[in-house]
Design a protein around this ligand. Structure first.
Ligand code: AMP
Ligand code: ZN
Length: 114
């Protein structure tokens, strides 16, 4: 956890371009955007990946989708559409070991993802 880059962002040790914050969740712009809108939504609780989720976390993870809807509204893209993605493990393309949800929008996104 001490080496977790997203925990460092949560503690203010690394800066971020904040999009949304409340008591449970932080959202900030991805440093390496893959779309015109690319923000990350993370729980404030350190959970390393989907593999580590416990039943107690179900509300929190569901809540992240509610926050995604709020962010879409805030950014004015609810109608245009967007994609929420969470990568898990090496094959899934996860590079940061703190569960997070990519919010991608602002262009027609390819399907299936590569
Ligand atoms: P993933 O590869 O699915 O684990 O996603 C991790 C994401 O975190 C990547 O899209 C990175 O560009 C992004 N990222 C890494 N470090 C930072 C940072 N300091 N601020 C914002 N985004 C970051
Ligand atoms: Zn963390």
């Amino acid at each position: 956890m001490e080496d977790c880059i997203f925990c460092k962002i949560l503690k203010g040790e690394i800066p971020c371009d904040k999009v949304y914050e409340d008591d449970r969740v932080l959202s900030f712009k991805d440093i390496n955007p893959e779309a015109p809108v690319h923000v990350l939504i993370i729980p404030k609780k350190h959970i390393s990946s989907i593999n580590e989720l416990k039943e107690d976390d179900e509300k929190l993870i569901g809540y992240i989708y509610t926050v995604a809807g709020k962010i879409a509204k805030q950014l004015g893209i609810s109608e245009k559409g967007y994609r929420i993605v969470s990568n898990c493990g090496e094959d899934g393309g996860q590079t940061v070991g703190h569960i997070h949800f990519h919010f991608l929008a602002g262009r027609k996104l390819n399907w299936p993802p590569g």
